[in-house]
Design a protein around this ligand. Sequence first.
Ligand SMILES: [Zn+2]
Length: 321
Amino acid sequence: MYSPIQIEDQEYYIKPMNCPFHLHIYKSQLRSYRDLPLRFAEKGTVYRYERSGVLHGLMRVRGFTQDDAHHFCRPDQMPDEIDFTLNFSINMLRAFGFNDFQAYLSTMPEKSVGDEKVWHDAEAALEDTLIRLGVPYDIDEGGGAFYGPKIDLKVRDALGREWQLSTIQFDFNEPERFDLTYIGEDGKEHRPYMVHRALLGSMERFFGVLIEHYGGAFPAWLSPKQVKLIPIADRHNDYAHEVAVKLQKAGLRISVDDGSDRMNAKIRNAQKEKYPYMLVIGDREIEEGQVALRRRNGENPGAMSVDDFITLALDEIERKV
Ligand SMILES: [Zn+2]
C-alpha cells in the first residue's frame, strides 16, 4: 500500500494525513503542564485514492489541503479547549455566510480504546458546549470512532443541501501509541488529551461549497473582482482610469471596461461577471468629480464622490456584508 516513489535515489511517499507529524513535534521535547494547551495547525496537503467514478469537481478530489490542527491539553483543560474549538469553527463558518448549522455528536462504539469514564467525560464536554453555544444537534449513539467521540458540523447551503465541514475529534489512542507525556505539577509523567480538528475541512471542497452557496455572487470582501468602472463613451476613459488608480490605492480590486460596447451592454456584462459594484462614468460625473454607483442586486444609489464610494465600499468589506 505504501510503496515509495523513487526519484534520483530518494524515496518519496504520498502523505495521507497530517497527524503523525504533529505528534512527533509534540514529542520532540519535554513538555510541562505549564506548556499546555499546545496547538499545532497547518494547511496540510494530503492525498487519498478516490476511485475515478466518485471524483467530483472540487468536492471530491485526490489531492487536497486540510486546515488541520491538533490540540494537546491536560484533562482539566478539556472543557475550555472544546469550547474554544467549537466557537472558532462556528465563527469561521459564520464569517463566510453560513448560519444554518447542524451538529452530530458521535458517542462511544462497542469496540473502543480508552477508559470508559474518560469517554463519557469527553462526550459530556462536547454536549455541554453544543448546548451552551445553542447549536442544534443530533446524537449518533455508538457512532464514534474506536479512538474517541467527535462532533461533525454540517452547514446547509443556499439550496438547502447539507455539507460536512468542521470536525472536532477526540483521540485516546494516538497519545498512547506515540507515548505522549507531560510533566505534571506533581513532577510525574501524565498523558495529555488530544483533539484533531479541521475548521473548513478540505479547502478545495470548502470553496466548492462556497461557490454553490453564493451562486458565484460573492459578497464584496470575498469577491475576486470588486469594482467595475464603466465609462459611457471613449472620452470618459481617461477619467475612469484616474479613478481606477485611486481605488486600487485604497486596496480595492478593480477593472475598467474601456471597450467599445454601449453602456447597457457593459452593465449587463459586469452583472454577469457578478461584480458587487459598478461605477458608471459620463460627462456629469467628470464635471462633478463623481461616480454613479449601481449594485449587482439592481439597487441604484447613484452619484457620489469617489472618496464617498471608497468609504462605503471599505466599510462594507470590513463588515463582511
Ligand atoms: Zn489528525
